[in-house]
Design a protein around this ligand. Structure first.
Ligand code: ADP
Length: 584
């Protein structure tokens, strides 16, 4: 047992810690606060403490636990709200009131609750690590697959169907290492990535029903993305849209020290949301990890790892998981604070030199993988990080380092938010490196999504160039074809890019409808350009009733849109033809 030598905020120095290991979990002080060893020099250990340290004094004891900070993985995760070190907040508040008391130990998974275990293996079968030995219906939306833990395997000698607590053995195997017990629950050290067989190049889009993402800057299942933006640009609304609409089996939402009241908003708001597809509460496929900024910084640091470990665990079951971290800037600030307390050599803007590698390691845990197990099972973990650069300045270290790693960048833009163009994602500066990867998926619809997308992007680029000229000489001085470009681009911006999150229908736009809308917009564009070449003025085009009709297509549910699509095509052609005849 060690003794505290010095306390500086969340960092504690302890002596007499012989035999300790890096990242070992310890109990600090008389109250037994949770901490983790982050530095070792001989018998001296530097410990970051996940709880408020005020009142703790030098000389108090430090106890080793002999194990690293680990997550509990098993039935009961889904629908729970945890703090950064996986303490169930709802359970705690039931026991001790709203404020989390120090030194309190409540296990992440309920020890009393019994779950109905349905075996998927029989006595005598051979199982290897990652195999599904049975399932538990955890919520209406999630079937929890019980996996043979990594490193375990052998011949099944006992199977125990029926009701069990998470600690009870459901399957016994006899392997090369002797008898081993498989329980409903397993644990995993959060800082270590969970193993898989093979990581593959992401090929399928994670559809989120937002046109600016799916159509223009798609994220793939197993991909990485960042959404940086200043205050009020729409990060939270966007991430909520992802949590609600993404075609993922599970969502892990890590609210990592965003302003306290905002996190409350998530905590209050999320449990009320309904899964739009099934009408069930969204929490039935969601795990929330909440760290408000009034919790100690070290817990924030841990929350990111806890979250990603849960994500990997569900991925290993063969699910598509979406993890959102809001915001990674707060996490980085926690790193900076702890690094400062350790008196490490600061890097850029005071962030530790290892900021870049920590961010990279985090996003590296995303992926589309072939899981462990003897069956062919695939799972994905998509990681989306919000970044909140101070003052919206993307040249600061967290933003620049993140951009070097992630493959999708949705650039929120203050100017667009100010103009109330939502989602305020700038189409000129955003990018996705998954366009080629997911092209095959879109091709299955028989349409050339990539070609259409390229055409629309080129139009928007052209608009931006022309806007520069307009600034100098005014719009009136532009020749008609150029004015037709501006008119068409405006149609694309208003009817495709803008999407109101709070509209009952347009909140979610299915991919078929996205394609249909894109095609109609481009049809309008082509006719508009032809008309301009034939000497028809944009002023005439603006009078066409079909412009209004196109503006209303957002409001049409998929079925109605399907019916209206052909008619809209016809009306575009007919009305432009009318202009030409009128002129002739
Ligand atoms: P941030 O989290 O970046 O500070 P929010 O997500 O809270 O910003 O968004 C600020 C406001 O912008 C919201 O309250 C909402 O009015 C508006 N907004 C953002 N995105 C959308 C959207 N897609 N549709 C409609 N309004 C939006």
């Amino acid at each position: 047992m060690g003794r505290i030598v010095r306390i500086t905020g969340p960092v504690v120095l302890a002596d007499g810690m012989k035999g300790s290991e890096m990242y070992e979990l310890v109990r600090v002080g008389e109250e037994g606060l949770m901490g983790e060893i982050i530095g070792l020099q001989g018998e001296r250990a530097t410990i970051q403490v996940y709880e408020e340290t005020s009142g703790v004094r030098p000389g108090e004891k430090v106890e080793r636990t002999g194990r690293p900070l680990s997550a509990e993985l098993g039935p009961g995760l889904v629908g729970t709200i945890y703090d950064g070190v996986q303490r169930p907040l709802t359970e705690i508040s039931k026991r001790v009131g709203e404020m989390v008391k120090r030194g309190i130990y409540v296990p992440a998974l309920d020890r009393e609750r019994k779950w109905e275990f349905e075996p998927r293996v029989k006595k005598g079968a051979e199982v290897v690590e990652g195999d599904v030995v049975g399932v538990v219906r955890e919520t209406e939306l999630v079937e929890h697959r019980i996996l043979v833990p990594p490193g375990v395997g052998g011949k099944v000698v006992e199977v125990s169907e029926g009701k069990h607590t998470v600690e009870e053995t459901v399957v016994r195997v006899e392997g090369p290492r002797g008898k081993e017990e498989i329980r409903l629950m397993q644990t995993w050290p959060v800082r270590r990535p969970r193993p898989y067989k093979e990581k593959l190049d992401p090929r399928e889009p994670l559809l989120i029903g937002q046109r600016i993402a799916d159509t223009f800057f798609p994220i793939a299942k197993g991909g990485t993305g960042a959404i940086p933006g200043g205050f009020g640009t729409g990060k939270t609304v966007f991430l909520h849209q992802v949590a609600k609409w993404a075609d993922a089996d599970l969502v892990v939402y890590v609210g990592c020290g965003e302003r306290g009241n905002e996190m409350c908003d998530v905590l209050v708001h999320f449990p009320e949301l309904k899964d739009p597809r099934t009408g069930r509460p969204l929490m039935e496929r969601t795990v929330l990890i909440a760290n408000t900024s009034n919790m100690p910084v070290a817990a924030r640091e841990a929350s990111v790892y806890t979250g990603i470990t849960l994500g990997e665990y569900f991925r290993d079951m063969g699910y598509d998981v979406a993890l959102m971290a809001d915001s990674t800037s707060r996490w980085a600030e926690a790193m900076r604070e702890i690094s400062g307390r350790l008196e490490e050599m600061p890097g850029e803007e005071g962030f530790p030199a290892y900021l870049a590698s920590r961010l990279a390691e985090f996003y590296e845990r995303a992926g589309w993988v072939k899981t462990l197990g003897s069956d062919e099972r695939y799972g994905s973990l998509t990681v989306l990080g919000a970044v909140s650069p101070p003052g919206g300045d993307l040249s600061e270290p967290v933003s620049t380092n993140t951009l070097r790693i992630v493959k999708v960048f949705w650039a929120l833009d203050t100017a667009l938010a100010y103009r109330r163009h939502f989602p305020a994602i700038n189409w000129l500066t955003s990018y996705s490196l998954y366009v080629d990867g997911v092209e095959g998926w879109w091709k299955k619809s028989g349409e050339d999504w990539k070609g259409l997308r390229t055409e629309a992007m080129a139009l928007l680029q052209r608009e931006a160039e022309l806007e520069e000229i307009v600034k100098l000489i005014g719009a009136d001085a532009l020749p008609e074809p150029e004015r037709a470009v501006l008119e068409s681009a405006r149609m694309v911006r208003e009817n495709l890019l803008q999407q109101f999150a709070f509209d009952e229908v347009d909140s979610y736009c299915p991919p078929e409808k996205q394609l249909g809308m894109l095609k109609l917009m481009l049809r309008f564009y082509r006719r508009c350009m032809e008309a301009a070449r034939d000497g028809i003025s944009v002023a005439e085009v603006r009078k066409l009733p079909v412009r209004e009709e196109l503006a209303r297509m957002k409001k049409l549910p998929l079925e109605e849109f399907r019916k209206a699509e052909k008619e809209l095509e016809r009306r575009i052609d007919e009305q432009f033809e009318g202009l030409r005849r009128g002129k002739g």
